[in-house]
Design a protein around this ligand. Structure first.
Ligand SMILES: [Zn+2]
Ligand SMILES: [Zn+2]
Length: 303
């Protein structure tokens, strides 16, 4: 089994490349980031100086996996043409930015159908991706990861079958994959907290989308219970998932090479909470050789 790729969503305040430094300072070997403000539809022009700084820093800092998260505003499942076109332009910007920084994966919330129905919403998502893939042949190196959702409101993508159905409608299958979020999975009704439940969940992933289509895990505990379809992240071990759910995933060799990233609440000014959450995770790792090098001395510290 290989070394785990562990980290968290990191701030890009001061430049996208700053996220690399923030992650490395916390001992991480994987990070997630926004490539622009998450509240903007389309960001400012890509800063070539920051890209150069990124390319210089990344190999030195030992951040082996980087995933970007698309803006929350994007709704490619929308039946409204103006919102859909705006979302298409925004996701185009996300893919272009990821390409510029050499980031291979962009996590996307599939979106909400807002009344048109799940089938129609999912078809819109696939149509948008097909169009973007045609328009952006140079972004072949960037894959959109549809995130498994909790199922609030009229969102699509809260069942593995829905993720599979959307991917099936995407013509270039090499440009689409899946991100599994532990908080969302539990809220959506997947109970992976027991040994048997976890085995059944992985079997369901295999039967619907295929394990090789999973390129990212989001590690979040859930404030709301199993099947609540409410999306509220909390600290590892302090919610309804509990430590055992994470233990199964962390010690399963089938996820070798897949980044596992926290999206848990942060301190007001710092990443101190990330440290505590990551520490709780590495305490669950059975083979200490799989703990990322930057975190190996943590277990000697008093908790
Ligand atoms: Zn997300
Ligand atoms: Zn997530």
């Amino acid at each position: 089994m290989g070394v785990l790729l562990l980290g968290a969503h990191m701030s890009i305040a001061g430049g996208v490349s700053r996220a690399l430094e923030r992650g490395a300072a916390e001992g991480m070997n994987a990070i997630q980031l926004f490539t622009k403000s998450s509240r903007q539809w389309v960001g400012p022009p890509i800063n070539p100086e920051d890209v150069a700084r990124w390319n210089e820093l990344r190999p030195r800092l030992g951040i082996q996996a980087v995933v970007s998260h698309a803006a929350y505003l994007i709704n490619l499942a929308s039946p409204k043409d103006d919102l859909w076109e705006k979302s298409l332009a925004a996701h185009r910007d996300e893919l272009e930015r990821a390409h510029a920084y050499g980031i291979p994966h962009v996590v996307l919330h599939p979106g909400s159908h807002t009344g048109s129905g799940e089938e129609a919403g999912m078809a819109r998502v696939a149509e948008a991706l097909n169009r973007l893939h045609q328009e952006l042949p140079h972004c072949q190196d960037v894959r959109t990861l549809l995130e498994l959702m909790a199922g609030q409101g009229s969102v699509v993508g809260y069942r593995l079958e829905q993720l599979a159905a959307m991917m099936e409608q995407v013509e270039d299958s090499s440009r689409v994959g899946v991100c599994l979020d532990t908080c969302h999975a539990l809220a959506a009704g997947y109970d992976f907290r027991t040994e048997e439940g976890y085995a059944a969940f992985v079997q369901a992933v295999e039967a619907t989308i295929g394990l090789d289509r999973v390129h990212c895990w989001h590690f979040n505990d859930s404030q709301h219970p199993l099947g609540s379809r409410k999306d509220r992240h909390t600290h590892i071990g302090q919610g309804q998932v509990g430590l055992e759910g994470f233990r199964h995933i962390l010690n399963d060799p089938r996820w070798d090479g897949i980044p596992m990233l926290l999206e848990t609440p942060k301190d007001k000014d710092g990443d101190g909470k990330d440290h505590a959450n990551l520490r709780r995770l590495i305490e669950l790792v059975a083979d200490p050789r799989r703990i990322p090098p930057g975190m190996r001395d943590w277990l000697a510290e008093p908790s």
